[in-house]
Ligand binder design. Structure first.
Ligand code: ADP
Length: 306
């Protein structure tokens, strides 16, 4: 069993030739309304692959909220822990993407911002019953810390994806078993240049109490980093991503994380889980959107057979 505590957003996506400057109006293509939000994406990725996954969070009592619930259910996610609130709108991300794939994004957290400690406590059983808990940073930090405490007290493995990046508080890091982050986030966490050799980041991670990190490297796959107090003692294992024709890498990191959660919950070790996650992340790059590009179990099998 997997529990993901965090955000669900409606992604409003418009493609435009160039991004507008302040005060400028530009023409865009057709508006796309797509299910998103980091935690909902991760839950959908695990659900599509056949995992038993519960999403704990909140949406508003509105059309976007219903759209998100429908699409999560279609991905096999248990939404009983997703509160439908009448005092907030559903979270949205306004996304503009230009011809070069450059984007800007404005996130209105709305209902996600109301997921507090009490909301997490109300769903404590879903965290306690899970083998693995997935956390990321699109809900209030207090709720994230609380979820990690419930997991720790019940022997649930905690996987933290510190994104959108914020320095994780020590109370949270104390409960984290595995970090999943990209090179940019790794650099922000360690204070080193993101281009520094991976093992160079290990002492900073070890000092933060992080034992194991999975670093995603885009088209280059991922690396398993076992942090030690000296760079010499750190272990780095590289895992290649399958080569694909990338169309849209939105939500690839979340697909990767969702697949990793599933592997770990099924009892696979971190290396095997990372291999599967690389394949799932690569498939997610081959189609437009986040959740809509994630493979179902049979699609992953067919891809791995090719
Ligand atoms: P984020 O989107 O969080 O920055 P990455 O860009 O590192 O994360 O992508 C996450 C994972 O998705 C990678 O580890 C890889 O497995 C897969 N992936 C992303 N882009 C590509 C690509 N162009 N080709 C193959 N796999 C990719």
């Amino acid at each position: 069993r997997i529990c993901v505590v965090g955000s669900a957003n409606a992604d409003l996506v418009v493609r435009t030739r160039v991004l507008p400057k302040p005060g400028e109006t530009v023409a865009g293509g057709e508006l796309q309304l797509l299910p998103g939000g980091k935690s909902a994406n991760q839950a959908a990725a695990a659900g599509r692959l056949g995992g038993r996954v519960t999403l704990v969070g909140a949406v508003g009592d509105d059309a976007y909220g219903r759209m998100l619930i429908d699409s999560l259910e279609a991905s096999g996610v248990d939404v009983a822990g997703l509160a439908v609130r009448d005092d907030a709108t559903t979270g949205t991300a306004m996304i503009a993407v230009d011809e070069r794939g450059e984007n800007f994004i404005i996130v209105s957290s709305a209902a996600n911002g109301l997921v507090d400690e009490a909301a997490v406590d109300a769903r404590a059983d879903a965290i306690a019953d899970a083998d693995v808990l997935g956390l990321s940073f699109e809900i209030p930090m207090g709720a994230i810390i609380r979820a990690s405490e419930i997991a720790r007290a019940n022997g649930t493995t905690v996987v933290l994806n510190p994104s959108p990046f914020a320095l994780p508080p020590v109370e949270l890091l104390a409960n984290v078993d595995i970090l999943v982050l990209n090179e940019h986030e790794l650099g922000q966490l360690s204070g080193l240049d993101p281009d520094a050799p991976l093992e160079a980041h290990a002492p900073a991670l070890a000092a933060l109490g992080v034992g194991r990190a999975v670093v995603t490297l885009g088209a280059n796959g991922a690396a398993l980093l076992v942090a030690e107090t000296t760079a010499d003692a750190a272990a780095v294992t590289l895992v290649d991503a399958p080569r694909v024709e990338a169309v849209d890498t939105t939500g690839c990191g979340d697909a990767f994380t969702g697949a990793l959660l599933l592997g770990l919950s099924a009892g696979d070790d971190l290396l095997a889980s990372t291999r599967t996650a690389c394949a799932v992340g690569a498939i997610a790059a081959t189609a437009v959107g986040a959740q809509s590009s994630y493979p179902f179990a049979d699609e992953l099998e067919a891809f791995l057979r090719e």
